[in-house]
Design a protein around this ligand. Structure first.
Ligand SMILES: Nc1ncnc2c1ncn2[C@@H]1O[C@H](COP(=O)(O)OP(=O)(O)OP(=O)(O)O)[C@@H](O)[C@H]1O
Ligand SMILES: [Mg+2]
Length: 235
């Protein structure tokens, strides 16, 4: 059984058709990359899967359940702000740890702070952090409940090369226990991490499969070249 099942998902914002009936699955232990140009509908899809938005039609099943029933076993990290500015890094993580009913919260938090090199700034208010520091706190929040399903929407945005590399290694190491839907505009990162990619354009999935195959079809050396070709062909 797929861990994430998406069938004929549609979503409109006023007259804007953000999703025009997309379907895909994510299998156990898989990282599926959702790629596409700005405005293609990636964040809309991820936010529906996270239960932050409601679809107009179509069905989402996570671990065989509807989103509301699967929330304890999943988590999301997005590039935009999530946490409370006036609370410290540690306080924010404590709130989420309690919401998810994490056992031994203090141990989990100190492990994650260490992993993302945040221990020294754990008592700083979230709003006083640099963009890359906030991103890393968001990643800690996303991993607080050791989720079986993780939704990552540009989760490496603003990270310096050392921390982006470290984060990619952490994401890879999660694969044993976690299925991941991943978006990024960094095509090297996508090639390194994703088992398959789904290419979204104007609210439709135009291709789904292995990056290697997509490069072969379009006779390109890199995924970045394929991306640019697909977008230019559409214009
Ligand atoms: N809250 C909103 N109200 C109105 N329109 C929206 C809203 N959020 C997104 N849209 C529109 O829906 C479409 C899809 O946006 P979405 O944010 O899902 O794209 P995306 O693929 O994540 O893009 P990006 O790569 O820039 O993050 C766009 O046309 C966008 O303008
Ligand atoms: Mg987006």
């Amino acid at each position: 059984m797929p861990v994430i099942e998406v069938k004929n998902l549609t979503k409109k914002y006023g007259n804007t058709e953000a999703l025009k009936g997309i379907s895909f699955n994510v299998e156990e232990g898989e990282i599926l990359g959702l790629l596409g140009p700005n405005g293609a509908g990636k964040s809309t899809a991820i936010d529906i899967l996270a239960g932050l938005l409601t679809q107009d039609s179509g069905e989402v099943k996570i671990l065989g359940k509807y989103v509301e029933e699967a929330k304890q076993d999943m988590n999301i990290v997005a590039s935009y702000n999530w946490l409370t500015g006036l609370m410290t890094v540690e306080q924010n993580l404590e709130v989420y740890g309690r919401l998810y009913g994490v056992m031994d919260i203090d141990k989990r938090i100190s492990y994650l702070l260490g992993l993302f090199e945040l221990t020294e700034i754990k008592n700083k208010k979230y709003q006083k952090l640099s963009a890359g520091q906030q991103t890393r706190v968001n990643l800690c929040k996303g991993l607080i409940n050791s989720p079986k399903v993780l939704l990552l929407d540009e989760c490496t945005a603003s990270l310096d090369p050392h921390l982006a590399d470290k984060t990619r290694k952490i994401i890879k190491s999660l694969k044993k226990n976690t299925s991941i839907l991943f978006t990024s505009h960094n095509m090297h990162e996508v090639e390194e991490l994703c088992d398959r990619i789904a290419f979204l354009q104007k609210g439709k999935i135009v291709w789904i499969g292995h990056a290697k195959k997509l490069k072969e079809i379009h006779k390109k050396r890199t995924l970045e070249e394929v991306f640019i070709k697909l977008v230019r062909d559409e214009l």
